[in-house]
Ligand binder design. Structure first.
Ligand code: HEC
Ligand code: HEC
Ligand code: HEC
Ligand code: HEC
Length: 115
């Protein structure tokens, strides 16, 4: 009896934690878009996003023109939007629901922060 109640509670808590990871207003890229009034479908085109869902860079580019981006960050050294790798996936740096990271630093040691 007691065990069943505990199991149910654990299931409810896990459910809450899973929902929270996508919806929490904690400042990851997806949350900031949501705060600006954009819905899940803004990035996830088809249906309810499932575990393992990814977003293609063409979706991001539909709203953020790469040439304009390169101009906006031209004062940063190095410019994260104009580099020898060319067309890097946006989410290699600006991750949806996790802290962002500068993928360049897999090989370099640049002092650049990504929101
Ligand atoms: C700004 C674009 C953006 C918005 C808006 C967005 N997401 Fe995402 N989502 C992503 C990206 C990018 C990924 C790929 C994994 C990552 O970078 O965190 C992702 C991955 C996911 C995943 C899979 C996570 C995994 O690793 O298994 C789920 C589930 C998800 N999103 C749910 C949602 C829900 C629910 C909403 C609306 C509340 C939402 N997303 C809004 C960009 C977005
Ligand atoms: C429906 C249009 C739309 C889509 C799709 C979209 N964005 Fe945005 N994004 C915006 C708007 C509007 C803003 C706020 C104004 C600005 O900074 O351009 C913004 C802001 C940003 C910012 C800077 C502000 C911040 O707080 O982070 C980043 C970084 C960003 N978007 C990355 C992405 C990435 C990565 C994707 C794809 C996973 C994406 N966006 C998809 C419309 C969009
Ligand atoms: C190599 C890492 C990296 C990649 C790849 C990358 N960005 Fe960025 N981005 C940055 C950094 C660093 C900044 C400056 C700090 C910040 O705003 O996060 C930035 C800033 C931005 C901004 C805010 C610009 C401003 O000043 O208003 C937007 C919007 C943005 N990125 C969107 C994108 C989109 C869309 C893509 C894919 C086409 C992309 N980024 C690819 C690292 C990256
Ligand atoms: C897979 C490894 C790798 C990744 C990831 C990578 N680079 Fe490089 N990068 C190199 C190599 C190799 C060189 C040439 C050797 C050198 O000069 O250090 C180089 C050279 C450079 C240079 C000229 C030399 C210097 O250090 O000033 C710049 C600037 C640069 N990369 C920027 C970037 C940026 C911005 C990113 C992320 C968008 C990036 N790199 C991602 C491997 C990488």
């Amino acid at each position: 009896m007691k065990k069943t109640v505990l199991n149910v509670m654990a299931a409810v808590l896990c459910g809450l934690a899973a929902a929270g990871s996508a919806l929490a207003a904690d400042g990851f890229t997806a949350d900031r878009h949501a705060a600006a009034g954009m819905k899940c479908e803004t990035c996830h085109k088809s249906g309810t996003p499932q575990p393992g869902a990814r977003v293609k860079k063409d979706v991001c580019k539909g709203c953020h023109d790469p040439a304009e981006l390169a101009k906006k960050t031209e004062k940063l050294s190095p410019n994260p939007h104009y580099n020898h790798l060319g067309d890097v996936s946006c989410t290699d740096c600006h991750r949806g629901h996790q802290p962002s990271r500068l993928m360049c630093n897999d090989c370099h040691q640049f002092d650049l922060k990504v929101k």
